[in-house]
Write a protein of this length. Structure first.
Length: 191
């Protein structure tokens, strides 16, 4: 009879495979999905009359299928969007071309001039999701910076560091998030 060939222990092969798989999962970077955390307002009652918004109170942001940005009828780079949005919403010198302000009595803040500005965002069906998220992030960053500035001025801490719910609600009322999104359509390219 011939010499026996030793067999490979398949139990240890399964262990090695499991360890390699675990190592791969732990060391590899997996892209995570981006998203937007925003609470949508409740639908208006059916008997509510739709208010017309004055043109000066609307900040128009368009993104075409080539991911090009147009703000208030002018081409713009994404890096400028946050500052332009802040300037629009703030309107510190009551410029007649920027949004109106309305005096509102807010608990903890007193009489405060709240902007009537609304951001109108519209994108093309061909706009990439990545560009859409970048635009949303810049718009949200503008509102967050304005809230942080007011919170530091009135309460001495950033908006996200406020512990008191009444203070948080006061800042939110003074600087509301007013972003209107139109249904995507085929807008086409722009130069």
């Amino acid at each position: 009879m011939g010499k026996k060939i030793p067999e490979i222990n398949s139990g240890s092969m399964a262990d090695i495979s499991f360890l390699l798989l675990t190592f791969f999962l732990l060391t590899s970077s997996i892209d995570t999905d981006l998203g937007i955390t925003r609470k949508l307002p409740p639908p208006p009652p059916p008997e509510r009359k739709i208010d017309r918004i004055k043109e000066r109170n609307v900040f128009v942001v368009l993104v075409n299928s080539n991911n090009q940005l147009m703000v208030q009828g002018k081409g713009m780079d994404i890096s400028q969007l946050k500052d332009e949005t802040k300037k629009f919403l703030e309107n510190p010198y009551d410029d007649p071309n920027l949004p109106e302000k309305q005096d509102v009595n807010i608990d903890l803040l007193g009489n405060y001039k709240v902007s009537k500005g609304v951001i109108s965002l519209q994108n093309d069906r061909g706009t990439t999701y990545e560009m859409y998220i970048k635009v949303q992030n810049e718009l949200t960053a503008a509102v967050n910076e304005l809230r942080n500035e007011l919170s530091k001025k009135k309460f001495g801490v950033k908006f996200e560091d406020l512990k008191d719910e009444a203070q948080t609600k006061a800042i939110q009322k003074a600087i509301p998030v007013s972003i209107s999104e139109a249904e995507p359509k085929n807008v086409g390219g722009q130069k």
